[in-house]
Ligand binder design. Structure first.
Ligand code: WT7
Length: 663
């Protein structure tokens, strides 16, 4: 296996990790998931999913076809059925007499709260659907949503789903240009945004980025901008285009007949970084996606909708927010917490305070957050009553055994099962995870493919590796919530996922099997970095750097980082006229600061490099490929590895010497 970007834990440590935690008998006795699910699913995979689809989803027209794989790799699941996602997430619960159940406990960063029942949600979503439809949006039209974590964000997504208008949520931390390119690629007709949101105690504006984006190329498909008032800050206003949410939605009728769509009707597009500079619009459709998100949410988190309080800390701008804040939990009629702000505002115990306040019983978060809390110390969570917790989940990147153990001991009181869930924007739903009450969990391993899922670790020739071996993670059978393509680019879809191993889905992750055959994820094997559980493309950041007039060439690597898993480190060569600026340590620091800010502006603060190092040359092979492995050695302060395949083997000496003198 080449160049695996394993994150904070090394393969060596993992091979020595032998702890295991069998399920508590009391938990197992009441668990939703039973071991027999694996056998049932293996006996007839499509039939197993068809059963789940009938049990968990309400169909307007029942389906008679299960899987059509004749046009592989584009799958069709339950294709002759019709349904509506918002009806499934909201209305049917109200019809079942559960209208008074709390759907959302919203907590603003400043402490303002809002409780939304399923009946409230039905009214709000219907109103929003009427208002959006009055703005000219209909079935099949794309809507870009650029919002902070608010009740309106969930309502906006569901209102689009109700109309059969695919939404494309763009994370509020992305820049105007990132927003512009996504609006243009999706050819959206409406953008839903807010004046701003509260971030670390202060209002942070969003509307200016929309205004800027809409001045850019390829955005004239946008007819209206619907604006939620959150912070009350002043906003620029384009008459005829901009509409206040409270004017349009509050006045709209509370009845709206859902648009019944085919199972394969697009539900959403979500852009994610790939190995090239251009983000991919991952396309998900309705029936299969809803089936698998609700199935996994129910079984992986052991959700008991009547009694549990569920909290997934993800923002709706990421796929986790789509599948495990909006669709999975709401389809299952869950009561959940959504929180607008950061974990340390106004104090570092904020999350634990919320767990205590709402008696959260299921918590789903990311390793980077766990490691940050670990760094802040046991005393902080120790000051709150966390005894309501009974299941803990992790997602986004490999969780190192120490963080896993801390999560279990300090947050879970040595009592709760931990589910380490592996999946991707592309897979739509959790694919590999222990089942609580069934699996004996191992710190640091996602372990087993869920019932109905075929995952394996293969070598370069696509042969499954034996237990104890390492290679590439692949998915060898279609699954209901799989992506149906890349928006507008079928070739790229085939090329990215289906060409490395013909006929099998290549996930882009390295993995190993332990002696029990359990799967351990090792990080990406391509040029995709994982910073705080967020995917960033090295190429995309390199393009951003090169777009600055000072920069001639750039190479970006992900260097291991204790808290964020990986951190972005950039190596840049300055253009002739600018090279002198970086000759002194002060000059070099100034250049570095400027370029860091430039990347934040081009892509968004999450892509801002931790370090920018000015170098005289970059290490390249004879065919001109940058050897990132060697740069990673420098970035992680290691002795530089084998450099014999470089076109010019003295380059690494030049780089090291330059860095020592502060260049
Ligand atoms: C990539 C997908 C899935 C929602 C959040 C990220 C990494 C994700 C795990 C895990 C090890 C993981 C993989 C994957 N990843 N979960 N439990 N253990 N690695 O979604 O942005 O599409 O990123 O995140 O590298 O390929 P995404």
């Amino acid at each position: 296996m080449t160049d695996t970007q394993s994150t904070s834990h090394g393969l060596e440590n993992l091979l020595h990790e032998t702890r295991a935690f069998p399920p508590a008998p009391e938990f197992a006795a009441l668990a939703n998931a039973q071991a027999s699910l694996y056998e049932t699913a293996a006996a007839d995979r499509p039939a197993f999913w068809a059963d789940q689809a009938r049990e968990l989803v309400t169909w307007r027209t029942p389906f008679t076809e299960t899987l059509d794989w004749s046009d592989a790799p584009v799958a069709r699941w339950f294709a002759d059925g019709t349904l509506n996602a918002a009806y499934n997430a909201v209305d049917r619960h109200v019809e079942a007499g559960l209208g008074d159940r709390v759907a959302l406990h919203f907590e603003g960063e400043g402490g303002d709260t809002r409780t939304v029942t399923y009946a409230d949600l039905q009214r709000e979503v219907s109103r929003a659907a009427n208002a959006i439809s009055a703005l000219g949006v209909g079935k099949g039209d794309r809507v870009v949503i650029y919002l902070p974590m608010l009740v309106e964000s969930v309502v906006a997504m569901l209102a689009c789903a109700r109309l059969g208008a695919p939404h494309s949520v763009v994370f509020g931390g992305f820049s105007a240009d990132a927003l512009r390119s996504r609006i243009a690629d999706a050819e959206a007709s409406l953008v839903i945004t807010a004046d701003g949101g509260f971030r670390r105690g202060a209002p942070s504006a969003l509307k200016p980025a929309v205004d800027e984006a809409l001045q850019g190329q390829g955005t004239d498909t946008v007819k209206h901008v619907l604006v939620v008032r959150r912070t009350g800050q002043d906003v620029g206003w384009t008459e005829g285009r901009d509409v206040w949410w409270h004017d349009a939605v509050d006045a709209a009728d509370t009845f709206h007949e859902p648009e019944w769509v085919d199972a394969e009707h697009p539900l959403f597009i979500l852009y994610t970084s790939g190995t090239t500079g251009k983000p991919k619009g991952i396309l998900h459709t309705t029936g299969g996606y809803l089936t698998q998100t609700s199935f996994t949410h129910k079984n992986v988190f052991d959700l008991k909708a009547e009694t549990d309080v569920y909290w997934c800390t993800a923002d709706i701008g990421w796929v986790t927010g789509h599948s495990y804040v909006v669709y999975g939990p709401l389809l299952n009629g869950a009561t959940q917490v959504i929180y607008e702000g950061t974990p340390d505002t106004p104090h570092r115990g904020r999350w634990w305070e919320l767990v205590e306040k709402y008696k959260v019983s299921i918590l789903y978060t990311a390793p980077t957050a766990i490691r940050t809390c670990m760094k802040w110390g046991d005393d902080i969570p120790g000051g709150f009553d966390l005894s309501s917790l009974r299941v803990l989940g992790s997602v986004g990147e490999p969780i190192n055994p120490e963080a896993w153990m801390w999560y279990r001991r300090v947050i879970g009181g040595d009592r709760t099962p931990i589910v380490d869930t592996w999946w991707q924007t592309e897979t739509g739903a959790i694919m590999i995870s222990p089942l609580p009450g069934v699996t004996a969990t191992k710190p640091g391993s996602a372990q087993v493919a869920l019932p109905g899922i075929a995952a394996d670790v293969v070598d370069d020739e696509a042969h499954p590796v034996p237990d104890g071996g390492g290679g590439y993670l692949v998915l060898s059978e279609p699954w209901p919530s799989m992506l149906r393509g890349i928006w507008g680019d079928l070739e790229r879809f085939k090329d990215t996922y289906w060409s490395r191993f013909p006929g099998i889905y290549f996930a882009g992750d390295g993995a190993k099997k332990d002696d029990d055959g359990d799967i351990w994820l090792l990080g990406r094997v391509d040029d995709v970095m994982n910073v705080s559980g967020h995917r960033l493309s090295t190429t995309e950041i390199e393009s951003a750097l090169v777009s600055h007039e000072m920069v001639a060439e750039a190479a970006v690597v992900g260097a291991a980082d204790e808290t964020t898993g990986q951190a972005v480190v950039a190596f840049v060569i300055l253009r002739g006229g600018h090279a002198a600026k970086a000759e002194t340590p002060e000059g070099s620091a100034e250049v570095s600061e400027l370029l860091r800010a430039h990347v934040a502006k081009e892509i968004g603060p999450i892509a801002k490099p931790r370090r920018v190092l000015v170098v005289p040359e970059l290490p390249k092979t004879r065919s001109g490929k940058i050897m990132r492995r060697l740069l990673r050695d420098v970035a992680e302060n290691r002795t530089v590895g084998d450099a014999t395949t470089l076109a010019d083997s003295s380059v690494m000496d030049l780089i090291s010497a330059g860095l020592q003198t502060g260049g």
